[in-house]
Design a protein around this ligand. Sequence first.
Ligand SMILES: *Cc1c(COP(=O)(O)O)cnc(C)c1O
Length: 341
Amino acid sequence: MEINLVSDTVTKPTQEMLHAMFQAKVGDDVYKQDPTINALEAKVANMFGMEAALFFPSGTMANQTALKLHTNPGDEIICDKWSHIYLYEAGGAAFNSGCSLSLLDGERGMITADMVRKAINDPEFFHAPLTSLVSIENTTNKGGGACYEMETLREIKQVCVQNKLKYHLDGARLWNAMVAKKQSPRQFGELFDSISVCLSKGLGAPVGSVLISDAKTIKKALRIRKIFGGAMRQAGYLAAAGIYALDNHIERLADDHRRAKELAFILQRLPWVASVEPVETNILIFNVQSYLDEKVIIEKFREKSIHISSMGQGKLRIVTHLDYRQVMHEYVLEILPKISI
Ligand SMILES: *Cc1c(COP(=O)(O)O)cnc(C)c1O
């Protein structure tokens, strides 16, 4: 039994999900004639109380489309220094949209209204790039699955409105945040100009993200998705997996969160662990004692068939997910204290 805790992207479709995919009615989505994709887009837009949605092959493409929609070349985007759009989208903001990023020194990947206010360039000062967009992440990826308080998001929104800035939410793991904080999609739909959500992380679909916004913006997004090469044909098979995931895999995220907390509880008692970061959702980040090499720890875990990843500088990461089942969890809880370092 191999236990892969490297990421929540490693899940494979369940039998039930595969069954739903086999049953899907499909058409050519480039002509917007795939009934299952149309149904998924309508379903997600409706969940968030927003006008329209668009299916994407990846979260990166959905985010990159949002950045393109809300900016002009030369503009500046405000985000946290640990943002996925900065660290893990291969410089796409510069490549696709010609934008610079103003990186804020947030806490576990989360920024505040005050920090945003201070980072906005005076639009009259023509020597500086024009600030046009604030992009936030919830939950944070590099921040270890941390999630925002609704109040903070509302305060940032106010700053955006006062300064005529667009407001994008990279919600790759928004489902986790909503389950952990008991929030509803509509609360987010009210605040943001656009939201990207992922179907292939915690929800366990094999492929797919959705961008949600108003009808006019999504109409523009259709052309940008085409330019990025993301218009697909009979992709309703993938959308069917997404619909199945939305109907069946959201509430169970609470199990992933509980398991991550239980692992943290054990880890923080082990002598070779220096500290464990607070666990709010399904990501657990911990630091090993400074005299240890994290590669050695990864190898010790591997010997027990447990796969985890390194974030560098003595930090290790564990991510729980749909394919990390209770039997595996019980094995890991039992074996952790027995690993001799
Ligand atoms: C995974 C992730 C993405 C991008 O998803 P891909 O489908 O891998 O392109 C975007 N934002 C965050 C915060 C993520 O964790």
